[in-house]
Design a protein around this ligand. Structure first.
Ligand code: SAH
Ligand code: SF4
Length: 361
């Protein structure tokens, strides 16, 4: 048995094991991918769940060094969807049996914004008789806001920790009170306490990030006992401070391969959580999301944002599907899912089985 196979046979991975697995070359990694695929088949099955993605607004009060829609970037026209545009996307998701949507946006915590989200949530619940599940991805908020949104109908929340190493976090964010690692972590705890299914994730292949950091990220997910994960490659954006480090990055292919390994290893470590095949994977490899599905992912997020806004929600460069209407996006996704040997779980909420088990008793 080779060392990679030996490690894969262990019940739990140590930090050293994860570093060895993340360092495996393409040939050795086949074993990792095979194991992840088998676990996915046995634990979560073939179903891929759709979450219709609504990129609600690109107004953002923050200035993360990696992100294209950071407050300091004046290139984009700032927008916020009208209520009608949101309801239109909701209707599309509902009528097409998506069963679930994600509302994502730049971070804002003013009362006008938090009230608007609460209003939209209540309306969505009313319009769909409580049948459409809503996931939010609206950044760090107060305990009260998280509670209000939960009570108004949101039950899942995505908040990436971005990197679990506090020192690295500091290098990727401004040194002010709005960008503190401790606050991000506290927000994840608040979400858990408010009752949400909690999803988090990291970017992979960032400047200054090491394999040891990525191994720690996987351990962070396990220790936090997350319900859902969304991870993807870091992709540089010209209008951001990190752009000047682009020559120090792994080539895009390398970042993609590392991301696939992260998905596969997380599936092996956390057998019954939901893992997204993220859009950033597709922007490097046209078949990127199918590849992620084949090594363990089970969630996809078709974009339902009106096309006219998509040019202004570019978190990173080469973002795919920015000129496609929802219908095209849906049929291309369906075909891709079948190619990966999976099927769409239409009309099913597709809750994290992990969350269900943790809350049984
Ligand atoms: N404002 C919210 C949600 C929108 S940003 C928040 O920050 O949580 C959603 C995600 O986009 C971020 O969590 C980050 O991981 C990702 N992202 C931002 N810039 C990126 C880049 N250059 N490459 C890859 N992913 C990026
Ligand atoms: Fe704003 Fe989120 Fe981008 Fe940070 S990652 S600048 S919070 S949209």
């Amino acid at each position: 048995m080779n060392p990679i196979e030996e490690i894969l046979n262990k019940e739990t991975f140590s930090k050293e094991d994860l570093v060895a697995l993340l360092s495996a070359d393409e040939k050795e990694s086949v074993k990792i991918f095979e194991k992840a695929k088998a676990i996915k088949k046995e634990q979560v099955g073939k179903k891929v769940y759709f979450r219709g993605l609504i990129e609600y607004s690109n107004y953002c009060s923050k200035n993360c060094f990696y992100c294209g829609i950071r407050a300091g970037n004046s290139r984009y026209v700032r927008y916020e969807l009208t209520d009608e545009e949101v309801f239109e996307a909701v209707k599309y998701a509902y009528e097409n049996d998506f069963a679930s949507i994600v509302i994502q946006s730049g971070e804002r915590s003013d009362r006008k914004f938090t009230d608007k989200i609460e209003f939209l949530l209540k309306e969505i619940k009313r319009m769909t008789e409580g049948k459409l599940h809503v996931t939010l991805s609206l950044g760090e908020q107060s305990v009260e806001t998280y509670r209000r949104w939960y009570e108004a109908g949101a039950h899942r929340y995505l908040l990436r920790i971005e990197v679990s190493n506090p020192e690295l976090y500091k290098k990727l964010h401004p040194a002010d009170k709005h960008h503190r690692y401790e606050d991000r972590l506290e927000a994840l705890r608040r979400l858990r306490a408010a009752g949400y299914q909690v999803g988090t994730g990291v970017m992979i292949g960032l400047p200054f990030q090491t394999i040891s950091d990525l191994a720690d990220d996987l351990i962070f997910f396990r220790d936090f006992d997350i319900d859902m994960a969304g991870m993807g490659p870091y992709i540089e954006h010209e209008d951001t401070p990190l752009y000047k480090f682009r020559h120090e990055l792994l080539p895009l292919r390398g970042r993609f391969f590392l991301s696939l390994k992260m998905v596969a290893l997380l599936r092996i470590m956390m057998k019954d959580i939901n893992i997204a095949a993220t859009t950033a994977m597709q922007s490097i490899d046209p078949a990127g999301r199918e590849k992620a599905l084949m090594v363990g992912a089970n969630v996809m997020m078709p974009n339902l944002t009106p096309v006219k806004y998509r040019q202004n929600y570019l978190l990173y460069e080469n973002k795919p599907c920015i000129d496609e209407e929802a219908e095209e996006c849906k049929s291309c996704l369906e075909a891709r899912i079948h190619l990966a040997g999976d099927e769409v779980g239409y009309g099913e909420w597709g809750d994290s089985r992990h969350f269900g088990k943790r809350n049984e008793i």
